[in-house]
Each structure stands twice: as structure tokens, then as C-alpha cells.
Design a protein around this ligand. Structure first.
Ligand code: FUC
Length: 798
């Protein structure tokens, strides 16, 4: 019995000690990270690594290490023009039908004439984000290349882990008396993937390395370097995106040979494996770049390389910290599967689970996007299939926006820029779409986009005509400015915001029944309703989300134009129009916020989208302080919809409850979001959760809930959208005991550190590049203070 532990019989502690003794004999459980005591049984148990461009998910297999490879730019499809240039001629007819309450007939016309041409999202040229390939390391432990089942029963002391503070994964075990260890990272410094195999006895590493792809991948050997290359389908002549993945192995000791299909190493002391990869999306000279990255990386000593990688990663990661509860009670020694299960049973016993999920989200952001490249898609940067669910695209009716919600508060603002860049590039496409469908100026995007800048409606009226896409994206673009106050950035994005506002301004029509200016035709994202005659429809006029987005966007354009001192006439006309659009929200007789212009009943009372609460989050049109009645109606809306849904929907509800200052309800949703699952079927209803590797499950894996959950945790601790910084606005009872935050950002470029005990803030510090007045709510009282001047609190551009 260990001294001092006599009498302690808690099951959790016993498990902890057992694992400590057995599995971490040779390695360290990361204090901030996850670890497993088994190889991954399915992809959702692998460890995600990425450097914003390249991704790897090693499964830690003993006989065969299978590493799925990714490149954030690898897409099939191509730019296309799927606009129906006649669509606008049907607009008067569609609108007339909607004025007459003939939504079903209007919807039929939309389905015929108001969708994109071609196959839409169902095929190329829209395209799909695809897996890059599979790297396999097949081991020979002395008896030749054996089948997994034979050695899998013989290894001992197995562990594999991901350290979020280092962005390094490892795997170690003992077999036949030899301790084997592997380390993996996607280098932020050298821009290649690195895998290192070691053993504690000389000459014990023998393996074959292969790289393959289910389709469109030809492997050859170029001077000992395995090269896999191919060209994806573009939907026209088949000559779509080109890619190359080069694999090089450098053994210490032993022998190395390479055939056209594999690199073979025999009797080495250690082996370094590099994967250098890219696509021609990144430039015509991509093959040359891949070669030089590989050649450079192969010359850098391993220790130097790993250190440079960690240093580069930590520049971003270390900016913010979060500790909830006493660090001594952290459950990091539990394998993640057990930790997740224990959290469901007793969430109060693992308060810092929230900090892990928060930091995991930050880790995923840093790993899945990079300034100058693409934003994280539906799966971030990690996909293990050719046909990724929903094409792994950018859904504009919540998903890609949610991917960016935590970035500013979590002190990673610059990672918003890839999205801003994509949106800027969408504008010229969206201008064509605005003309084709609405004969309007400005630009519009509907419900889906891709790196090919698709802006047309989707292929079905039921979901494809939502036109909040472009306006919702403008909210993300605005948030970066709201947090950083970077005027040069505002100047750059102003034409995007203005073009979006001009589109809505041009296409609004007067609803004869109410006299309000509304969008038509439109829909409340993916939802449908009953008409008075009992029939159902999705197509409508002026859904609440459109009205809120237009209110918010016009307001932002007016503010931006004032700051930049431009466009007085536009400011005046938008201000005048604002008087004619429907109010922020209207309350139905049942006390809920109306989702549509008319008080329709939704066909699914628990529908996953609650788009009419856009004004509560991400917008700040509804707040308990400014609009208490609407806040009460928002709470009623959420209660009626229920808590469950796909992961992203649960995360969104968490954010809304946090905005309503209901910390315990938000915490309950966090618990739901962390329900462990292995299910990968495509789900539209209840049942979201997390996989053992903490990837969020819709299911299937969808990264939006990782980011939405992260944003929700932050929103429970700090808010700054209502004219003041609010510390602990929605602190759940479970976290009241104590906690500490450093480096969170608040709007207007303030950085905030604070600590609490027994539900009360005990100290705080607000700093900014220059000392400025700031309003802050601390322990229920709003104060006016001056921020502390501190350099280094400005967003560092990469
Ligand atoms: C929206 C959601 C679905 C799914 C898809 C990728 O359409 O309604 O649940 O998340 O995006």
C-alpha cells in the first residue's frame, strides 16, 4: 500500500494508480491531452494531428501502423457556372404565389426554376473534400510480417497519447522484452509530417512502409522516395486537382531497400519517416515545393526539428489558458474512454474536462487552418474517405460559421482570415448569382460553398434556397473586426459587407399583409412548416433569420462606413430601409419567438436548426439586458425545441443558454455534447456526442460541435457583446468552486485574465496595447475602469 493512501477505496483512484503503474512506465500521460491504452479500433479513435495544411491520424496499430493522410486543399470538382440565368424571370410569379399563401405551388416553381443547374452538391463539379491517402508501416518483430491478431495478444504496457501543448502524438508498448516507441507530428516549422520509430534495444526495428489510395493514386519509387500521385475528377474532362505525396525513410543502422511499392527497413535502431505532400491548388510548382520541403526536413536533426515544431505551435496555443477546479483533481491519468464515461456519471468530479474540451478546440483550430489557405471544412482537415459526408463542404447555414465562433475569444483571431479570404473570393461568383436569380446588384451565397466558390442555390427547394448564407458569413467577417479593431482589415472587407447589404437591399419586397420589406422566396434553414390547409412547405417569405441577418448586416455596414468615412448616401438609405424591415423578432401567442413571418407550426417540433435565435447568438440583437421580453421568449423557444440534436445543434443550444445567463442549463448541454459514442451513421435528429478521440459526433464526425462547444465554454465564462465585458455571466454551479482564465480576448482588443473562487471573481486584469476606458461587470456590478497598457496583446499575424 502506498503511504498515505491507506483507506482510500475510490474506484477512480484505483484505476488511475493501475494505469500509472502499468501503462505509463515509459511515457508520460499528457497533463493536457488524451491517451488510450489500446490501438484505435476505428478511425474515430485515432489521434488527430495537423499543421493547418497537412494532417495525420495515426491509429497506433502494433503490427501495422495505419496513418490516414490529409491535405486541406485536396478537393475534386472545379469552378463552374451553375447559375440559371432565367431564374429571375420566375421571381414575380413565385412572389405572387407567396403573397397569396400558395407556398406549395411557389415551392414547386422554385424546384423547377430556382435551383442550380446541373447536379448541384450531388456530384462533380461541385466536388468533395477527399482523403489524401493511407500510410502504412508494417512491422516484422522477428517472425516475418505477421497478421495483426498474432502479435496483438502479446504486447504489454500499451499507451498512445496526444499532447495538446506540444502538438505531438506518441505510442509505446513492450513486445518480446523490447520497448518500442513512436512519435508523430505535422511540423509547423518544416511543413512535413514526421514519424519517428525507436526501440530500447539496438537493431530491433524492421518494417515496410507503403502509401496508397483507394482510387486515383499511382505509386512509384524515385531514388528511394515513394511517390504517390494522381489527379481527381473535375466533372468535365477528368483533369481536376493534382496532388503528390512523397515518403522518405531514414534508418539509423540496419539496411534500407526500396521497391516500386514499398520502402523496407531491416534491423534498424531507429527510423525517421517523412511525408511531404501538396496539391496544385497551392500553386503550379507544388511538386518542386514538396521536394524541397522533404530535402530540407531530412537534413534537420530530429531533436531540433521537434523543438522548432513545438515552438511554432506554442506561439499560438500558449496565448490562452483555462483551469477549472483544483489542478490536483484533474483526471488526465485516466484513459480518455474511461474519463468520458466517468464524466457522464459524475461531471462534478471532473471539472477540468471542460478545459480539456476547450483547449482541444483551440488545438484543432490551429491544426486545421492556416493564414493563406482554406478554412476548416465540415471535418476540419481530417477525412478518411473519398466520399466525405456532405462532401466535407462549407455549409453556410451554421456549420462553417460555428467553426469560427471560438477563435476571437480564444485569442486565435488570425485563424479567421482564411474564411475572410474565401468569402472575398466568393464575391464575384455571388454577383452573377444575384443577377441570375434576383436581378439584383451585390452578391449572394445560399446554403453551401466549396473552394470553387459555389454561390448558387442548392439542388432542392427544401434546403437549397436559404439565402442567409452570405449575410451570415458577414457576421464572421465582422467579428474579427469587433475583437481586433483592425481598421486596415475593415477597409479590406468593407466591399464584401457592402456588396452583401446591397444584395439584400435590392431584393427586398413589400409584404402586402404587413407592409414590411422581406426576402422572397426564402426558407428558415432546412425547416418546414404546416400551412393553414394542412399541407407542408419550406419556401416562405421573410423568415425571422433573414430579418435578423439583414438588420445586423445593415447596422454593421452603416457603422463601418462611418468609421471609414465613406458612402454617406448608402448609410442614409440603409438606415431608412431598417425602419421598414420586420422587427428583430415577434412573439407568438404561445410565448415563443416566431420562426416565420406567419405563425406557422413547424413540422418537426424538435428540429435541429433553431435559426430564429440567430439574433441571440451569434448576433447581439437579443440580450437579457437590452430585450428582456425577447430573451424570455428565446428561452421558451429553446425549451420547446428540447436539448437533443446532432452535436452542432447541442453546442449551439449551449451558446444560447449561456447568452441567456443560464449556466446550469449550458453545462447540462456540455455534458450531453460529451456523451461517448462510436456511431457513425448519418444523423439528423437526437444523438450527438463525442468519439473517443474527442472529435464531435453529429454523428458522423463533424468538427463544428468541437468549435461550438469550445465557444460555449468561453461564453459561460466571459461575454463582451453587450457594451461591456461580463465576467462569469453563466457560471454553472459545477464550476463555482474555483477557476482561472488567462489570455481570453474581449471585443475592442482587450485581453482578460481572471480568477474566481466560490462563484465570485477574486481578481482580474484587463489589458490592451494602450490604456483605455472599459466597462466591466464583475460579481454583478458594472464598473468603469482603465485597462492596463501591455504590449504583446495585439493579434500577431502569422
Ligand atoms: C446542415 C445540418 C445537418 C448537417 C449538415 C452538414 O445541413 O442541418 O445536420 O450538419 O449541415
Amino acid at each position: 500500500m502506498i503511504k498515505g493512501l491507506k483507506g482510500i477505496r475510490k474506484a477512480g483512484l484505483t484505476v488511475v494508480l493501475w494505469h500509472l503503474a502499468c501503462s505509463f512506465a515509459g511515457a508520460q500521460a499528457p497533463k493536457l491531452g488524451i491517451w488510450f491504452d489500446q490501438p484505435a479500433g476505428q478511425w474515430e479513435q485515432t489521434l488527430p494531428l495537423g499543421n493547418g495544411r497537412l494532417g495525420m491520424t495515426p491509429d497506433g496499430g502494433v503490427d501495422t501502423e495505419h496513418i490516414v493522410l490529409n491535405d486541406i486543399t485536396l478537393w475534386s470538382g472545379a469552378e463552374q457556372d451553375a447559375n440559371n440565368y432565367n431564374a429571375y424571370t420566375y421571381l414575380p410569379k413565385i412572389r405572387k404565389l407567396l403573397f397569396a399563401g400558395k407556398n406549395v405551388e411557389a415551392q414547386a416553381l422554385v424546384d423547377q426554376h430556382f435551383i442550380c443547374t446541373g447536379k448541384g452538391s450531388a456530384s462533380v463539379p461541385f466536388g468533395c473534400y477527399q482523403v489524401l491517402g493511407d500510410l502504412k508501416i508494417i512491422f516484422d518483430y522477428g517472425g516475418g510480417y505477421r497478421r495483426p491478431v498474432e502479435t496483438s495478444t502479446q504486447y504489454k504496457h500499451y499507451s498512445r497519447s496526444l499532447d495538446l501543448q506540444k502538438a505531438v502524438a506518441d505510442c509505446s508498448f513492450e513486445l518480446n522484452g523490447v520497448h518500442y516507441r513512436r512519435e508523430y507530428f505535422c511540423s509547423f516549422a518544416d511543413d512535413v509530417n514526421v514519424i519517428r520509430l525507436t526501440a530500447d534495444r539496438k537493431g530491433k526495428i524492421s518494417c515496410k512502409v507503403t502509401v496508397s489510395r483507394q482510387e486515383k493514386g499511382i505509386v512509384s519509387n524515385d531514388n528511394g522516395v515513394l511517390q504517390m500521385q494522381g489527379r481527381l475528377d473535375n466533372g468535365t474532362d477528368g483533369r481536376g486537382m493534382r496532388y503528390l505525396a512523397s515518403v522518405k525513410a531514414i534508418p539509423d543502422g540496419g539496411e534500407i531497400t526500396a521497391s516500386a511499392k514499398a520502402i523496407e527497413v531491416k534491423g534498424a535502431n531507429s527510423v525517421l519517416i517523412f511525408v511531404s505532400a501538396g496539391t496544385d491548388y497551392e500553386g503550379a510548382a507544388f511538386k518542386h515545393v514538396i521536394d524541397s520541403l522533404l530535402n530540407h526536413a531530412a537534413k534537420v536533426p530530429y531533436a531540433t526539428q521537434k523543438q522548432a515544431h513545438m515552438d511554432a505551435f506554442r506561439k499560438l496555443f500558449d496565448r490562452a489558458t483555462l483551469q477549472i477546479g483544483d489542478s490536483a483533481s484533474d483526471k488526465y491519468l485516466l484513459p480518455i474512454g474511461e474519463r468520458l464515461a466517468a464524466f457522464q456519471k459524475d461531471p462534478d468530479a471532473d471539472k477540468n474536462m471542460a478545459a480539456l474540451f476547450f483547449q482541444f478546440g483551440r488545438y484543432l483550430s490551429i491544426s486545421s487552418t492556416r493564414v493563406g489557405l482554406l478554412p476548416p471544412n465540415l471535418q476540419g482537415l481530417w477525412a478518411n474517405q473519398i466520399q466525405t459526408p456532405w462532401n466535407g463542404d462549407y455549409h453556410l447555414d451554421v456549420n462553417v460559421e460555428m467553426n469560427h465562433w471560438p477563435l476571437d475569444v480564444a485569442n486565435l483571431s488570425e485563424l479567421e482570415l482564411p474564411l475572410a479570404d474565401l468569402v472575398e473570393r466568393m464575391v464575384s461568383h455571388g454577383e452573377k448569382t444575384a443577377k441570375a436569380y434576383y436581378n439584383a446588384r451585390g452578391w449572394v451565397a445560399h446554403v453551401i460553398t466549396n473552394p470553387w466558390l459555389f454561390t448558387e442555390p442548392g439542388e432542392s427547394a427544401s434546403w437549397g434556397v436559404t439565402k442567409s448564407g452570405s449575410g451570415w458569413l458577414c457576421n464572421n467577417l465582422w467579428q474579427y473586426y469587433a475583437f481586433t479593431t483592425d481598421r486596415a482589415y475593415l477597409k479590406k472587407i468593407y466591399p464584401v459587407l457592402k456588396g452583401s447589404a446591397i444584395f439584400y437591399n435590392d431584393m427586398l419586397v413589400k409584404d402586402p399583409a404587413t407592409g414590411w420589406l422581406v426576402t422572397s422566396p426564402s426558407s428558415s434553414p432546412e425547416n418546414s412548416f404546416y400551412l393553414p390547409n394542412g399541407k407542408t412547405a419550406s419556401i416562405c417569405m421573410g423568415p425571422t433569420i433573414d430579418n435578423q441577418i439583414i438588420r445586423e448586416l445593415f447596422g454593421h455596414v452603416i457603422t463601418a462606413a462611418k468609421i471609414l468615412d465613406v458612402d454617406q448616401a448608402l448609410r442614409d438609405s440603409l438606415a431608412a430601409r431598417l425602419k421598414e424591415v420586420p422587427p428583430v423578432a415577434r412573439i407568438a401567442p404561445d410565448g415563443r419567438i416566431m420562426e416565420w413571418l406567419k405563425d406557422y407550426k413547424e413540422t418537426d417540433p424538435h428540429h435541429r436548426h433553431v435559426s430564429h435565435l440567430y439574433g441571440l447568438y451569434p448576433a447581439d440583437l437579443i440580450t437579457p439586458e437590452k430585450t428582456p421580453e425577447l430573451a424570455t421568449a428565446a428561452a421558451k423557444t429553446l425549451e420547446a425545441r428540447g436539448d437533443d440534436g446532432p452535436g452542432w445543434s447541442i453546442a449551439y443550444k449551449m451558446l444560447w443558454w449561456a447568452r441567456l445567463y443560464k449556466g446550469n442549463h449550458a453545462f447540462k448541454l456540455l455534458k450531453d455534447l460529451l456523451r461517448p459514442t462510436l456511431d457513425t451513421h448519418m444523423n439528423y435528429g437526437a444523438g450527438g456526442g463525442v468519439y473517443p478521440n474527442l472529435f464531435s459526433a453529429g454523428p458522423p464526425f463533424q468538427i463544428d460541435a468541437n468549435f461550438g462547444g469550445e465557444a460555449g465554454i468561453a461564453e459561460m465564462l466571459l461575454q463582451s457583446h453587450d457594451g461591456f465585458i461580463n465576467l462569469l455571466p453563466a457560471l454553472p454551479d459545477s464550476w463555482a468552486v474555483s477557476g482561472k482564465v488567462t489570455g481570453f480576448k474581449a471585443r475592442s482588443n482587450f485581453t482578460v485574465d481572471f480568477e474566481w473562487k466560490k462563484g465570485k471573481v477574486i481578481n482580474y486584469n484587463v489589458y490592451s496595447p494602450k490604456s483605455r476606458p472599459v466597462r466591466i461587470k464583475v460579481n454583478g456590478r458594472i464598473k468603469n475602469i482603465w485597462s492596463e497598457q501591455r504590449s504583446g496583446s495585439v493579434v500577431t499575424k502569422l
